[in-house]
Design a protein around this ligand. Structure first.
Ligand code: GYE
Length: 334
């Protein structure tokens, strides 16, 4: 039996589709999906990648919860490429798993492969990110955050703190936005929720916006270029902590003080982000909960048992100021 300690190996594996089964005893013809053998549920999970602290915590939660629930997990890491996820899903269909779960790297382009799963009689659960499809019979449920709400929460803080955020005091709050992966639900929705909310205040404007692909390196690179091309940046709005942390490096390298000379708002609230918030380098974080594993396993059990499940399960989340982060940082698990 292989163990679930394979994030790095799995990251390489999907290219060759050497998918790794773990945590259980059955596979292929012996598993529950084959109609005979034991009752162990086999789940094929197609993860986005390992792009951020959020993703690492999410993967850990899924692997731990599968083990706890006695669900055999076949896990793959798509390295943020849609074609790798499609290959992984096709392979799960071929293996005749009991249930497929995945976190779609981008919103569109899934109908064909989801139809293949449907025709094979394998239920699909979306987790973390949504697909943009007219046909909602292609999946059983979508478990994850409300990303529009997260963007709105980021915007609300800025509207409430517009005066202090006009760092250069010129009457305009100039925001540069570090977008997540182009075409990904959280990038689209976090931009939309933010834009709609800051529209209520004429002084706030997004003056530049580019993707940093949800990575620290991406955030650093894009911020360096913004610092060269944009005058009077007051605020960075980063679609995740990792890009915000990359921006901090770029701001410091340019001889400025992040959190003071330029205010920073991010989304996620993973440990490194929370530490930067406590240290005063980030000003506000909107939480996005990565610990989806327990709910995912519960939904999988229900779906495999043929039970009705809610079509949408929304994760509960909060927000953190610097003071609020200081209170909880010690207990933060991820
Ligand atoms: O915010 C980001 C990650 O899909 C909610 O993906 C997730 C996002 C998360 O890379 O850090």
């Amino acid at each position: 039996m292989l163990k679930k300690t394979m994030s790095a190996a799995a990251a390489l594996a999907v290219g060759s589709l050497a998918l790794t089964a773990c945590g259980g005893t059955s596979s292929g013809a012996d598993d529950a999906s084959g109609g005979g053998g034991d009752d162990t549920i086999t789940m094929g999970f197609a993860q986005v990648g390992a792009e951020s602290g959020w993703r690492t915590a999410n993967t850990q939660s899924i692997q731990d919860s599968a083990e706890e629930a006695g669900i055999e997990l076949v896990f793959s890491d798509a390295q943020q490429k849609q074609e790798n996820q499609i290959k992984a899903i096709r392979s799960y269909i071929q293996q005749d798993v009991d249930v497929i779960a995945f976190s779609p790297v981008v919103e569109t382009g899934w109908d064909a492969v989801l139809l293949e799963a449907k025709r094979a009689g394998i239920p699909v659960i979306l987790t973390d990110r949504a697909v943009d499809s007219e046909d909602d019979s292609l999946y059983e449920t979508f478990l994850g955050s409300d990303f529009v709400l997260e963007g709105e929460r980021a915007g609300e803080w800025l509207v409430e703190n517009a005066e202090e955020s006009d760092v250069d005091g010129d009457g305009d709050v100039n925001v540069v936005q570090l977008e997540g992966t182009t075409g990904a639900a959280p990038a689209i929705d976090r931009a939309e929720g933010f834009a709609d909310t800051i529209a209520s205040d004429d002084s706030i404007e997004v003056t530049a916006s580019q993707t940093g692909d949800f990575t620290r390196d991406g955030g650093k690179r894009v911020m360096e270029s913004f610092l060269n091309s944009e005058d009077g940046i007051d605020v960075v709005y980063a679609h995740n902590d990792d890009m915000g942390l990359g921006a901090i490096e770029a701001i410091e390298a340019a001889g400025m003080t992040p959190g003071e000379d330029i205010k920073i708002i991010t989304v996620d609230a993973v440990k490194d982000g929370m530490q930067a918030l406590v240290d005063g380098k980030i000003n506000y974080i909107v939480e996005c909960n990565p610990l989806l594993g327990p709910q995912l396993m519960e939904l999988a059990e229900q779906v495999v048992a043929g039970e009705e499940v809610e079509p949408r399960v929304v994760t509960e989340e909060t927000t953190f100021t610097q003071d609020e982060a200081a209170e909880v940082i010690d207990e933060r698990q991820y």
